[in-house]
Design a protein around this ligand. Structure first.
Ligand SMILES: C[S@@+](CC[C@H](N)C(=O)[O-])C[C@H]1O[C@@H](n2cnc3c(N)ncnc32)[C@H](O)[C@@H]1O
Length: 226
């Protein structure tokens, strides 16, 4: 990840996000609550324990921490991010915790190092994958499917594209940001296209499980399992 292609490579950009606190962006807790309820309910299948979790673009690990708090049965987790600032923050958050969390510095624009990461029954992500180009998003969805055990869920709480420029501008006004100040690293894709990419990757029961303006929870399950 270079500063030329992705602002998150800089400590200033990552630090400014962390300075906004855990409630940013607005309404994220609503999407997180739906994500947590989906995992707790087993989604569309039987309730199943969450044992091993992967978080893509973890930041300081806030979503992973919420999953760990909700699922004391988790025995290990991996958190991936490319920003040294975020990797440091996530390592600090999880140091000495009850669950072994491996924090891996990795650029999501490159293939996931599957052999190094191992396998998972749950893959999560929040507000991160939209920094990858669309072609890479599609590949990443396929890699998430390949790394998941049968029956496991992939939940991507994401910043998605609006269908018109006016709706896009209105989203930024609604979160009290000047549209001119939009993160230049954003590469937003529409919900419908992304649901198709998830299905192409082999996920089933793919849907948009929650949405508020440009924030959406896109999820699907790996077929099979108990
Ligand atoms: C908006 S923050 C979200 C962080 C965290 N998931 C959360 O919900 O608070 C976006 C995160 O994606 C990470 N990121 C952006 N581009 C990335 C890339 N190409 N590879 C890995 N991480 C990336 C950033 O470093 C940052 O931690």
């Amino acid at each position: 990840m270079t500063a030329a292609t992705n602002e998150w490579a800089t400590a200033a950009h990552a630090g400014a996000y962390l300075d906004r606190g855990p409630e940013w962006p607005p309404h994220r807790f609503e999407g997180e609550a739906v994500l947590l309820a989906l995992l707790a309910s087993g989604g569309t299948g039987p309730v199943r324990p969450v044992r091993r979790v992967l978080d893509l673009g973890t930041g300081d690990g806030r979503l992973l921490a919420a999953v760990l708090a909700a699922h004391p049965e988790v025995d290990s987790a991996v958190a991936v991010d490319a920003s040294p600032t975020m990797v440091h923050a996530a390592r600090q958050r999880f140091a000495g915790g009850a669950v072994a969390v491996q924090v891996v510095e990795h650029n999501l624009e490159l293939p996931l190092p599957a052999h190094r990461l191992g396998r998972f029954d749950t893959v999560i992500s929040s507000f991160a994958i939209h920094h990858c180009p669309d072609g890479r998003k599609r590949e990443l969805y396929a890699e998430a499917a390949a790394i998941l055990e049968p029956g496991g869920w992939f939940c991507n709480l994401e910043h998605v594209a609006s269908s018109t420029p006016a709706i896009h501008a209105a989203f930024f006004h609604a979160i009290d940001v000047d549209p001119a100040d939009e993160d230049p690293s954003n590469k937003l894709a529409p919900v419908a296209a992304q649901l198709g990419w998830l299905e192409d990757a082999g996920f089933v029961d793919v849907d948009c499980y929650w949405k508020w303006r440009e924030e959406a929870l896109l999820a699907g399950a790996r077929p099979g399992g108990p």
